[in-house]
Design a protein around this ligand. Structure first.
Ligand code: UN1
Length: 429
């Protein structure tokens, strides 16, 4: 009856096995897919157009949403199930067919999901091909991106590839949704409740081994609480159990690929060479059973430079490395928050409503996700998800995201016995 819901735990375990995130996060990701399906069922009765007042008597203007046609979803390894779910559910509710090209390194999750979805379709008299899957590498992606039959390309991945995809789709006047890099900061004010803020930063920075777009990569601490915050955070870091992502006690799985370990190693080397203080971590696990498995220690570093334009602050490293800087005024921290190219998620910890007003207002965070007393990662499906600036400006999941999956028509209907021109133009000799 509920094939996806019923498969949640098994599929979650498969996510864990193939991607490397811990089981509870794998299961959570399938739950996210279930949630967006529920949402889209309701939404399908609310994908309303509008009736707009006309300046001409006896005229009505309608704004009408119609299906686009074919939507291609190019998803990343780190959320091999949920991100497809966001796109599929909205795209289907809008009346489109979807072609999915997952990451080349997570084909099993995509095959399992597609089998579940196609069974539901076929039981309801719809061809499974309405939600098709093509696994493969660059060539498969290019074919979809370049095809004039694909009206909308929704791409999640790196800024480098996103730039290529964005340009290719724009050059054929297609539609594109880009969900690219994040370089997300948490800001801790002196009045923050540390018993909530410390675990939230811990989850944001170490959860999914730092491989979420929304992972916390920068931490700006007010001078008054910096020492206390770091002491408590270090205690949590020392409690991390690394190992088999499927076993109950594990908090930290491996990085997804060996090359991700190299990227981690190079980033640590760079931090050291620039004189950063590596407070904890900074190396791969040496234990025999972890050595061959891409396990890297979650790292907290205190770089010498606090200039957010410097490489170490402005580049997204897809690994559990948290760079820390200390500030005296909220304005300074907001300036640092906004000074990087990316604009996905951000988080402020305070109990002072005046700080909240500044943070969410015009001089506040310029990210797409602007949280208060909530970490940078782990968004619910209800709000639109996505980021500004080099994150690509795309929005997926909740909010008004569905409006991108339709073509909008403005229809002016004349039900009078005259045919007046707009703006009072007279065109008679
Ligand atoms: C991603 O990392 O691409 O907000 C998606 C979150 C998750 C989705 C992340 N709900 O962290």
């Amino acid at each position: 009856m509920y094939p996806l819901r019923n498969a949640r735990d098994d599929l979650g375990a498969l996510v864990s096995l193939e991607m490397g995130k811990i089981r509870t996060e794998g299961v959570g990701e399938v739950q996210e897919f279930v949630d967006i399906c529920d949402y889209a069922v309701g939404l399908s009765r609310m994908m309303n157009g509008r009736v707009v007042a006309s300046e001409r008597p006896g005229h009505s203007i309608l704004e009408v949403p119609n299906p686009l046609g074919v939507v291609a979803v190019l998803s990343a390894f780190n959320f091999p199930v949920a991100v497809y779910g966001w796109n599929l559910a909205l795209s289907l509710a809008a009346g489109n067919a979807t072609i999915w090209k997952p990451s080349p390194t997570t084909p099993l999750c995509s095959i399992a999901v597609t089998r579940i979805i196609s069974r539901v379709f076929e039981e309801n008299g719809i061809s499974g091909a309405v939600a098709s899957l093509v696994t493969g590498g660059k060539e498969a992606g290019e074919a979809l991106v370049e095809s004039p039959s694909v009206e909308l390309v929704s791409f999640t991945g790196s800024e480098r590839v996103g730039r290529i995809v964005g340009q290719a789709v724009a050059s054929r006047f297609g539609k594109v949704i880009l969900e690219l890099g994040g370089n997300n900061a948490s800001i801790i004010m002196p009045d923050a409740d540390l018993s909530l803020a410390v675990p939230a930063v811990f989850f944001g920075a170490v959860g999914t081994a730092g491989q979420r777009c929304t992972s916390t990569r920068r931490l700006y601490l007010h001078r008054e609480v910096a020492d206390e915050f770091l002491t408590q955070l270090k205690t949590l870091y020392s409690s991390v159990v690394a190992g088999d992502p499927l076993s109950k006690d594990t908090l930290l799985g491996p990085l997804h690929t060996g090359s991700a370990c190299d990227v981690y190693g190079q980033a640590i080397e760079k931090l050291r060479s620039l004189g950063a203080d590596i407070i904890t971590g900074g190396e791969c696990y040496q234990r025999e059973e972890l050595r061959s498995g891409n396990f890297v220690k979650p790292t907290i570093s205190l770089p010498k430079s606090v200039n957010p334009k410097d490489d170490i602050w402005s580049t997204e490293i897809f690994a559990p490395i948290l760079n820390v800087a200390i500030f005296d005024e909220l304005e300074q921290a907001i300036e640092w928050n906004n000074a990087v190219p990316q604009g996905l998620s951000s988080s402020l910890w305070t109990r002072d409503v005046r700080n909240v007003g500044r943070w969410i207002g015009p001089s506040g965070s310029d990210a797409g996700i602007v949280n208060v007393n909530v970490g940078t990662s782990g968004a619910e499906i209800g709000a639109a998800f996505g980021g500004n600036k080099s994150t690509g400006w795309g929005r997926e999941s909740g909010g008004d995201a569905w409006k991108q999956y339709v073509r909008w028509s403005a229809c002016t209907i004349n039900y009078s016995n005259a045919a007046p021109l707009a703006q009072g133009v007279s065109f008679a000799s």
